[in-house]
Design a protein around this ligand. Structure first.
Ligand code: GDP
Length: 466
């Protein structure tokens, strides 16, 4: 792999565009210190050399006009003790688009170039400071939607997954070394692994990889969240329910992947799962008549839902419209939770058991969005439905990315092949091919064996400045 060109100095705005208290311009590369010393005048005139990892107050001066561009704080993080493992300079300017951009332009005029999306993190990876799974977790930390998601991303950043991969790879390497030795020096009397030892070791790797794959569905949910659609006739209390679920202002706002930062989605946090409630406001009015369910938009959001919350109004009984909607939902066979709302009223006309009889829906719950009763059970039920009843699984390493999951699936296949080969009495090169393939696929996760286009794809998810 040779795609390093860190003679280039890269620079970018590291904070979001817009007005803020401060903005940070970041620069990385061997010459970044040379560039900053051309435009930074520290307040302390006696200063001859800037120390690493210390912040200095001073002015950025335009060397051509000699004018002050901004009063700033500057710090240099010298290689290798920096984010990229190269010399990194951070300039804290006043918040505001113009100031930060002027500083950035100065850096460019002195030889830096604008960083590509994710290029700082990519350099950290290429320079060996972090491995690929850690680099990926940087973006997951930034985009985490709940504390739980953040916790998983931080564990990955700290190398939990990497360590597991290293451990599994070393077991496979030991087997490989043994096979190679046997092929090359069949008569040497070295301490060898027996066929049974090899089988046991392969089986233990198999078991661990299988568990990692099993946990990855859960990981994906924590990382990406789920789509929930709230549906029901007008006035049954859908908005009230949504507001009640948001009661502790647990909605968080996040950027979604893409090049721009301007698409924002709102999530509520249910037991650590980021739940995106699909706003049915636009389609709500069409739902009073079931024929209109044919309306493409409502149909589509139901199709895309991971879970449907169908709300009934206890005081109105099950109306004709409700019936038909229910029939439609039954046919769709999506995970659905029926919520009988307004049970605080005196004239409750719906019996939970009756609803259970007429639907093949997974669960029926009674709540009052107004009095906020039944909500804890509702949240718990959602959690159970999402994880198919396995909410309290152990806190193992949780694989959150499809890319990792895919690699683990390949590993599992190769190990199964290898075990098959062993069972049919063959060893040597036949065995070595499969074990090697498993070893390589594990390496794809940490980036030891990965193609450049995969790297490009991974880092293109990042925003500029990261
Ligand atoms: P939507 O059209 O389905 O979104 O319904 P809304 O949330 O706007 O609620 C319609 C009306 O029902 C409002 O006047 C709410 O205050 C009332 N409402 C909603 N939930 C409850 C509840 O649990 N109990 C009572 N008594 N009224 C409720």
């Amino acid at each position: 792999m040779n795609f390093m060109n860190n003679e280039d100095v890269i620079a970018a705005l590291a904070t979001p565009l817009g007005e803020g208290g401060i903005a940070i311009v970041r620069m990385s590369g061997n010459d970044s210190e040379k560039i900053i010393t051309k435009i930074f005048k520290p307040r302390n005139k006696k200063l001859t050399e800037l120390k690493s990892h210390v912040q200095y107050l001073g002015n950025i001066i335009n060397p051509e006009s000699n004018q002050v561009v901004d009063e700033v704080l500057v710090s240099i993080m010298r290689a290798p003790r920096s984010f990229t493992a190269e010399d990194v300079v951070e300039i804290y300017t006043h918040g505001g688009v113009v100031v930060a951009r002027k500083v950035l332009e100065l850096l460019i005029s002195l030889g830096a170039r604008i960083a590509e999306p994710g290029e700082f993190t990519k350099r950290a990876f290429l320079n060996g400071r972090i491995d690929l799974s850690q680099a990926e977790s940087v973006i997951d930390v930034i985009r985490a939607k709940t504390d739980k998601g953040l916790g998983l991303a931080l564990k990955q950043l700290q190398g939990e997954l990497s360590n597991k991969i290293t451990e599994l790879r070393s077991v496979l390497l030991e087997i490989l070394a043994h096979i190679e030795a046997e092929i090359d020096f069949p008569d040497e009397d070295i301490e060898m692994l027996s066929i049974d030892d090899i089988r046991e070791k392969l089986k233990s790797v198999h078991e661990e990889v299988k568990n990692l794959i099993a946990e990855s569905d859960r990981g994906k949910i924590y990382r990406e969240g789920i789509n929930v659609v709230i549906i029901g006739r007008p006035n049954v209390g859908k908005s009230s329910l949504l507001n009640a679920l948001l009661r502790e202002k647990r909605a968080i706002v996040t950027d979604i992947p893409g090049t721009t930062r301007d698409i924002i989605e709102e999530y509520i946090n249910i037991g650590g799962i980021p739940v995106k409630i699909v706003d049915t406001a636009g389609i709500r009015d069409t739902l009073d008549e079931v024929e209109k369910i044919g309306v493409e938009k409502s149909k589509q959001s139901l199709q895309e839902a991971d879970l449907i919350l169908f709300v009934l109004d206890a005081s109105e009984g099950i109306t004709e419209d409700d019936q038909q909607l229910l029939t439609y939902l039954n046919e769709m066979a999506k995970q659905t939770l029926i919520i009988i709302n307004k049970v605080d009223l005196d004239n409750v006309k719906i019996d939970k058991n009756d609803v259970e009889k007429i639907s093949n829906v997974d669960k029926v719950l009674e709540i009052s969005a107004k009095e906020r009763t039944g909500l804890d059970l509702l949240e718990k039920t959602v959690e159970e439905m999402v994880f198919q009843g396995e909410v309290n699984a152990q806190e193992n390493i949780i694989v959150t990315r499809a890319r990792h999951r895919q690699a683990f699936i390949e590993v599992l296949k190769s190990i199964e092949e290898a075990l098959h080969t062993l069972d049919s009495g063959m060893t040597g090169e036949f065995l070595s091919i499969d074990v090697k393939s498993a070893w390589e696929n594990l390496g794809k996760i940490t980036g030891e064996t990965v193609e450049e286009d995969v790297l490009d794809k991974i880092f293109s998810e990042f925003c500029i400045g990261k």
